[in-house]
Design a protein around this ligand. Structure first.
Ligand SMILES: Nc1ncnc2c1ncn2[C@@H]1O[C@H](COP(=O)(O)OP(=O)(O)O)[C@@H](O)[C@H]1O
Ligand SMILES: [Mg+2]
Length: 288
C-alpha cells in the first residue's frame, strides 16, 4: 500500500470574480507530495501557480476540489478548524522585503508566529527565535536588526526562519528565490535542501525558472493556463519534455534575450554549474 501523501490536491478549481462573471485561474489540477518530498510547479507567468499556492495555505478558498493534508480535506474548512492545521503548512514568498514588517526586528518577526502558536514566555520565544536565526545561517547579531539592514538573500533567510517557526511539515515556496541574484539563489536553495535532509521538510517549489525547480524537486508538474499539461520525474520532464509547450518553456529559459537584468558573468556561471539559465525574474504584470 502506498503511504498517505502529506498533501494531495484533487481536481482543484479556483475562479476569481471578474466584471463579466468569473475567471477560472485553476482548472482541475491534481498532484500529491509525500512526506519529506519535493514537487516543482513550473509554468509561465499567469498560469495559476500562485493561485494554487494561496489555496494550499488557505489564503483563499478554492471554488471546487479537495486539498488533503494528511487525509483531512482543508479546502472548505472554516477558519476555526483550520487554525490548528495552519502551522503545518507554511509559505515562503517571493518578495521578502514586502512580506516582512519593516518596523520589526528579525527577532520580533520570527517570534510572532511563536506567540500566535501559544508560546507564552517571552524568554522562550527569544531563545527559539535565536535558534531559528542560527538555523537559517544568519549570525546572532541579526536578531536586533530590521529588514532594511539586510541584503535580499538575508531577508529571504528571515522569511524562511519565520516559516519554520511553527515546525511545519510542508513549505510552499512561491518564486522564493526569483528576486535574488543567481549566486544568492543557489545559497538559499542549498539551505532549503539542507532543511529537507535534516528535518524531513517537504516542499512545493513554485517557479517560472526551470533551473530552480530542477535543483530541488524530484517531481515536477508543468502548468499552462490553469491546467497541468505534463508531469513526472523532474529529470525526465526537463531533459526530454514530451509536450511542445514544455519544450518552448525550456527554449525560452535558454534564450539570452530573456535574460533581462542578468550580468553576463552570472549567466556564464549558471551555465557552468549546469543550472538552467533563467528567464527574467518578473514579467510585466506578473502577479504573486
Ligand atoms: N484576485 C484576482 N482576481 C482576478 N484574477 C486574478 C486574481 N488573482 C490572479 N488572477 C488571474 O489569475 C491568473 C493566474 O494568476 P496567478 O495564480 O497569480 O499566476 P502565476 O502565479 O502563475 O503568475 C492570471 O491570469 C491572473 O491575472
Ligand atoms: Mg505567481
Amino acid at each position: 500500500m502506498t503511504p498517505t501523501p502529506l498533501l494531495a490536491v484533487e481536481d482543484l478549481v479556483v475562479e476569481y470574480p471578474v466584471a463579466d462573471g468569473v475567471f477560472r485561474a485553476v482548472d482541475g489540477v491534481s498532484f500529491a507530495v509525500p512526506p519529506g518530498g519535493a514537487l516543482g510547479v513550473v509554468g509561465e507567468s499567469g498560469c495559476g501557480k500562485s493561485t494554487i499556492a494561496r489555496s494550499i495555505v488557505r489564503l483563499l478558498r478554492p471554488t471546487r476540489g479537495r486539498i488533503l493534508l494528511d487525509g483531512t480535506d482543508i479546502a472548505g474548512l472554516p477558519e476555526r478548524r483550520l487554525r490548528p492545521l495552519r502551522k503545518r503548512v507554511q509559505m515562503v514568498f517571493q518578495d521578502p522585503y514586502g512580506s516582512l514588517d519593516p518596523h520589526l526586528t528579525a527577532e520580533e518577526i520570527v517570534a510572532e508566529p511563536l506567540r500566535l502558536n501559544g508560546m507564552r514566555s517571552g524568554a522562550a520565544r527569544a531563545r527559539r527565535a535565536a535558534a531559528l536565526i542560527d538555523q537559517v545561517g544568519l549570525p546572532a547579531g541579526a536578531l536586533q536588526r530590521r529588514p532594511a539592514e539586510f541584503s535580499g538573500g538575508q531577508r529571504q533567510r528571515i522569511g524562511i526562519a519565520r516559516a519554520l517557526a511553527g515546525g511545519p511539515e510542508l513549505l510552499v515556496c512561491d518564486e522564493a528565490t526569483s528576486a535574488l541574484d543567481v549566486s544568492v539563489q543557489a545559497q538559499v536553495l542549498q539551505l532549503l535542501r539542507e532543511l529537507q535532509t535534516e528535518q524531513g521538510l517537504a516542499y512545493i517549489v513554485i517557479s517560472h525558472n526551470l533551473g530552480v525547480v530542477r535543483e530541488i524537486s524530484s517531481e515536477v508538474v508543468v502548468m499552462r493556463a490553469g491546467r497541468i499539461i505534463e508531469s513526472g520525474p523532474t529529470g525526465t520532464v526537463l531533459s526530454a519534455p514530451a509536450d511542445p509547450y514544455t519544450r518552448a518553456l525550456r527554449r525560452a529559459a535558454l534564450d539570452p534575450t530573456t535574460m533581462r537584468g542578468r550580468k553576463p558573468r552570472a549567466l556564464v556561471s549558471a551555465i557552468a554549474a549546469d543550472q538552467e539559465p533563467v528567464a527574467a525574474d518578473q514579467e510585466p504584470g506578473a502577479t504573486q
